[in-house]
Design a protein around this ligand. Structure first.
Ligand code: DC
Length: 234
């Protein structure tokens, strides 16, 4: 923890599969900061909604249920904890594990991510955390909406195919094999569209962010590039 030092906030935004989460994990270790994964918070709250109102017969059915039942994000017994640098999500004191990465959740998340009350709950969790320690936060609207005042902003991008290949191997590594590369590529394009056109918290390049295209460079180069920028700024 860095309670006696200046608490810094580093933001890392970008589309699905741009490598943000992996890069943020490595950077957090190198700097001794906490890595907060905002996408995982939206995913966990989506699980909470599915448990409360059911997954529905289809994605659209779930969307209808969600808007009709006016789910209150404050009604869940939900908490986040950090153990050995890992963000853990507890719903009714049960850790959600890899369930948050399932296709069922990924397909339904947009309804939760489009909802102002849910966005406020996630943003509040992140802001509370930033008061306790230095953090590196990855997401879509972190540098634009959640922490617009921080000096340390990065935006990672990569072409759709590269991102799909990365996401596919990540899922395979974590033992999820309910999908194909082709369907991931379609899903990512669809998510790009949803993430960029969301009425609130849309994916945008934050003002003054350092832009990094990761299509043709590996993870270690991204990490060292970001560290070099930070060393100049600190
Ligand atoms: O980073 P991820 O793929 O786990 O994020 C899942 C979804 O959560 C993403 O498609 C949109 C939503 N999200 C968001 O709306 N705002 C954020 N800051 C992070 C994620």
């Amino acid at each position: 923890m860095t309670s006696n030092e200046t608490k810094r906030i580093i933001t890392l935004d970008g589309p699905a599969g741009s490598g943000k989460s992996t890069v943020a994990t490595i950077l957090a270790k190198r700097l001794g900061y906490l890595h907060a994964d905002s996408g995982a918070l939206y995913r966990s709250l989506t699980v909470a909604c599915i448990d409360q109102i059911g997954a529905g017969q289809s994605v659209e059915d779930f969307g209808n249920r969600f808007s009709q039942s006016k789910v209150n994000p404050e009604s869940f017994q939900f908490r986040v904890d950090y153990e050995n640098g890992q963000q853990l999500h507890f719903l009714n004191e049960v850790e959600l594990g890899q369930r948050i990465r399932s296709l069922e959740v990924t397909e339904r998340i947009r309804f939760i991510a489009d909802d102002l009350a849910f966005r406020n709950r996630v943003n509040q969790l992140l802001r509370d955390l930033s008061k306790k320690t230095s953090i590196i936060v990855d997401g879509r609207d972190i540098g634009t909406v959640v922490f617009p005042e921080t000096e340390y902003k990065f935006y990672l991008d990569a072409d759709v195919h590269t991102r799909a290949v990365r996401r596919f191997s990540e899922l395979q590594e974590s033992g999820i094999s309910d999908t194909t590369l082709e369907s991931i590529e379609k899903q990512i394009s669809l998510r790009d569209e949803q993430d960029r056109n969301r009425k609130i918290g849309a994916l945008r390049i934050p003002e003054k962010a350092i832009l990094i295209d990761t299509s043709n460079i590996d993870r270690d180069m991204v990490v060292s590039g970001i560290l070099a920028h930070l060393q100049q700024q600190f």
